[in-house]
Design a protein around this ligand. Structure first.
Ligand SMILES: C[S@@+](CC[C@H](N)C(=O)[O-])C[C@H]1O[C@@H](n2cnc3c(N)ncnc32)[C@H](O)[C@@H]1O
Length: 262
């Protein structure tokens, strides 16, 4: 699928749909990673700073260098987090604009499956981290149907409309991530499934937020009005609201970590 369908241009729209999901997953990820305070970090594919914000709030970083190819996302990130501790610049995971062995830790939050050559992306993180430092990532478990907005995707599929997936989604299985990290020469490689729950105020909140999902909004916009209405009703029928009308959705991500050889 074309990477163009996953261009994240608008930091505010991203925040409402995916930024909140990313931080919910990121909280579980950091519980598992349990990094020491005072580290220097590189956040690769930082987007609008959703996960960078968690690093600032939870990890007492000495410094964070954050890169993303999309200026619209970085502009949002610069507004939400002061410099220091986080500095944002345009950059690509395939050629990080940093020296060898510069950081204590490198991280990719929901990015590895978008990188054109994931092995090169992993190798670049290894290159810029000091011996004994950590390289880690989390990504939605696409092969295991862990992506958010599963009910809408399922109903679109039922009417013959496939939604695009990240171009290298196969690497986001637990085994795919473990193989990638081991192949990059990392040691003490471990993986972990992250089960992520998000609550929406009601069905309208769920629907209006979820149809902003990258890759989904284009498929939805192409539907004629009666089909869109039917789709909405079918998705609604799949979801069981709580007594207060709230809707809870569960998604799953996979995480990986490994240490750079001393
Ligand atoms: C789902 S967003 C994740 C953003 C952020 N890390 C978060 O947790 O919310 C994916 C991000 O990967 C970025 N991206 C895509 N291809 C990339 C590449 N080759 N190098 C670095 N970042 C890339 C996109 O611009 C986008 O901001």
């Amino acid at each position: 699928m074309s990477g163009q369908q996953f261009r994240f241009d608008d930091g505010a729209v991203y925040e409402r749909m995916m930024g909140i999901w990313s931080r919910l997953a990121g909280d579980h990820f950091l519980d598992w990673l349990a990094p020491a305070p005072g580290l220097t970090w590189v956040d690769v594919g930082c987007g609008n700073g959703a996960f960078t914000q968690l690093l600032v709030d939870r990890c007492a970083p000495a410094a964070i260098e954050a890169v993303d190819p999309v200026e619209g996302q970085i502009a949002y990130a610069r507004n939400r987090i002061a410099d220091p501790p986080a500095r944002f610049q345009q950059g690509n995971a395939m050629a990080l604009p940093f020296a060898d062995r510069q950081f204590d830790a490198a991280v990719m939050a929901l990015v590895i499956f978008f990188v054109p050559d994931p092995a090169k992306g992993a190798a670049e993180m290894v290159r810029v981290v000091k011996p004994g430092g950590w390289v880690s990532a989390y990504a939605w478990d696409v092969p295991g149907n862990g992506l958010p907005v599963g009910p809408i995707r399922a109903e679109l599929r039922a009417i013959g409309r496939e939604t695009p997936l990240p171009s290298n989604h196969q690497v986001s299985s637990l085994q795919g991530l473990a193989d990638l990290w081991t192949g990059a020469g990392l040691e003490a490689v471990e993986t972990r499934e992250l089960v992520v729950q998000r609550t929406f105020a009601d069905f309208d909140d769920y629907w209006s937020t979820s149809i902003l999902a990258p890759g989904l909004s284009t498929a939805i916009a192409a539907l004629p009005e009666p089909t869109l209405d039917q789709l909405r009703q079918k998705v609604k029928a799949r979801l069981t609201p709580g007594p207060d009308g709230r809707i809870q959705e569960t998604s799953r991500a996979n995480a990986v970590k490994g240490m750079v050889r001393r």
